[in-house]
Design a protein around this ligand. Structure first.
Ligand SMILES: [Zn+2]
Length: 303
């Protein structure tokens, strides 16, 4: 029920998916109620900016936020890992315009953040407790949240490509299930689409080392898939990362049909704009008695 941050700062480096350049990121502990903040260290006058769905300026191929006059792209796998592990407050410093893609999943971020350790702070978390359904539709695609005593996600995808086809995944999201069932799912793309991105000078850092690549005949990665339904699990990883920008833990069941970054962002904005549909609560004994389970971790030493 208490807010968290990292126990110590951690750094890592890797290639940017879109620029192909080598990038270094440092994630630092932070104070209660400051949330997840991003800052560019290679740009003058760039103040740490708290993530928000309203700071998102592009959802093409990745989720990108404005950070002062600068921007930072491909934040979603890192924000997913922070949320999945239950880290509420941290400052992410990056010396380039995107977060490294690493292996295309959230697993390396989980390993690095876990190495830093999680510290509990002397301030209670605020949770959104939904009273009614909030739903955003875009053609046949939709994302909604319905009231629940838990933090749950269901994702449903349906691709024409028969290698992916129709897949559905459902999880109660806790740090344990996030690490085991979601974090390892890699981003994916179609061979012909990746070739045209390369021709446009995009996805320069993309390779079989950081994405699952499919064509009509199957998966091109020699090692195969990490989960039988890795595609839908990655969509859930993205959805968690995009919804986490609201800056709150919540009690609700998020369900998504054929969603992507753009719809995820429309949904996250709609959540914050629908304050009649939820109450903001702090978790105390009364809620615990009723069986509410959010991302509640055992305090490892309150500071
Ligand atoms: Zn992704």
């Amino acid at each position: 029920m208490f807010q968290t941050t990292l126990d110590k700062q951690v750094s890592f480096s890797g290639v940017g998916l879109h620029s192909g350049s080598y990038i270094t990121v440092t994630v630092k502990p932070s104070f209660p109620d400051t949330g997840i903040q991003f800052v560019r260290t290679d740009v003058d006058d760039c103040e740490p900016t708290k993530v928000s769905p309203f700071a998102v300026y592009s959802t093409q191929l990745a989720t990108s936020i404005k950070c002062g006059k600068a921007s930072i792209s491909t934040i979603e796998h890192l924000t997913s890992a922070l949320y999945g592990l239950g880290i509420d407050n941290a400052v992410v410093e990056v010396n380039s315009a995107e977060i490294p893609i690493l292996d295309g999943s959230a697993a390396p971020f989980v390993d690095i953040l876990s190495e830093a350790g999680i510290r509990h702070l002397h301030k209670k978390r605020k949770y959104l407790k939904f009273k009614k359904r909030i739903r955003v539709e875009w053609g046949e695609r939709w994302v909604e949240v319905i009231p629940s005593r838990f933090l749950k996600f269901t994702c449903h995808i349906d691709f024409e490509n028969k290698m992916i086809d129709e897949q559905k995944a459902f999880f109660n999201v806790t740090p344990e299930t996030f690490k085991k069932e979601i974090a390892k799912a890699r981003t994916f793309g179609f061979k012909n689409e990746i070739e045209s991105l390369w021709q446009m000078g995009l996805a320069k850092g993309g390779s079989l080392e950081n994405a699952v690549v499919v064509d009509e005949s199957g998966v091109l990665n020699a090692e195969g898939l990490r989960y039988e339904d890795e595609f839908v699990r990655h969509k859930m990883l993205d959805l968690i990362g995009d919804v986490s920008l609201i800056g709150y833990r919540f009690f609700g069941h998020v369900r998504a049909y054929k969603a992507g970054h753009q719809l995820n962002n429309m949904f996250a904005r709609a959540l914050l704009e629908s304050s009649d549909y939820y109450t903001v609560v702090e978790l105390d004994g009364e809620y615990e008695k009723k069986g509410y389970q959010g991302l509640v971790l055992e305090p490892q030493g309150i500071v």
